[in-house]
Design a protein around this ligand. Structure first.
Ligand SMILES: N[C@@H](CCC(=O)N[C@@H](CS)C(=O)NCC(=O)O)C(=O)O
Length: 227
């Protein structure tokens, strides 16, 4: 049985989506990011003290992109065999891991956790996330999915971030509607039943608790990260 250590954040949910889409059996251990990530038990699993972590027997794996590739190879699903199609999938996955995720994450830190205390910084990340969404939009000009004609782990990695543009108060102004190809892609992927099950696992903590955990984790206002 696979064990997933996670929370209802984009990096966590992308793994739940993969596990659901690949029809794998797994158990979820929800990690409260207001402190559980720094316990000795969790640090043993991930010295970087971040979710998600996947445990498959004696194999402990961190980094959501690596986990998606591992699961795709384990099941033979959602990662094309053809070298060119495979490398385009990994290219799109790396774009999420290296560009969309970090920039979006920092946007959330300054827009939500810091409550726009530093507007110039918030604007810098808003502009960068908007620009990246434009890149994804161009990418989807002549293809239905991020790596071509089929749904892959690259789509699973991007979906929970774009979902924020539809549900998170700080993200509703990001340009999803203005990027028609990206919006059409979102409409295509977000109705997939297995992807929807992934979005729901784990359910977020009550909003105040989820926000408190986020603030403690990213801003250092709490007692998690030494100043
Ligand atoms: N590159 C890592 C990033 C993981 C990550 O940033 N996880 C966040 C939640 S989305 C976390 O655990 N934050 C807790 C903290 O920073 O203390 C991955 O993709 O797995």
């Amino acid at each position: 049985m696979l064990e997933l250590y996670s929370d209802a954040t984009p990096n966590g949910l992308k793994v739940s989506i993969a596990l659901e889409e690949m029809e794998l059996e797994y158990t979820t251990h929800q990690i409260y990011l207001g402190g559980m990530q720094s316990t000795p038990e969790f640090t043993d699993l991930n010295p970087n003290q971040k979710i998600p972590v996947l445990v498959d027997g004696d194999h402990v794996l961190t980094e959501s992109g690596a986990i998606l590739i591992y699961l795709a190879k384990k099941t033979g699903k959602f990662l094309p065999q053809d070298p060119k199609a495979r490398s385009k999938t990994i290219e799109a996955l790396m774009f999420q891991m290296g560009s969309l995720g970090p920039m979006f994450g920092q946007y959330l830190v300054f827009a939500a956790a810091w409550q726009n205390k530093f507007p110039d910084v918030t604007n810098r990340y808003f502009s960068e996330v908007s620009r990246i969404m434009g890149v994804l939009n161009t990418h989807l000009e002549n293809q239905d999915y991020l790596a071509g004609d089929t749904y892959t782990i690259a789509d699973m990695a991007v979906a929970p971030w774009i979902r924020l543009c539809t549900i998170h108060p700080a993200c509703l102004d990001l340009p999803l509607e203005q990027n028609a190809n990206l919006k059409a892609w979102w409409d295509r992927v977000s109705v997939r039943p297995a992807t929807q099950r992934g979005f729901a696992n784990p359910a977020p903590f009550p909003p105040e608790k989820q926000f408190e955990g986020f603030v403690k984790a990213v801003v250092g206002l709490g007692d998690i990260h030494p100043k």
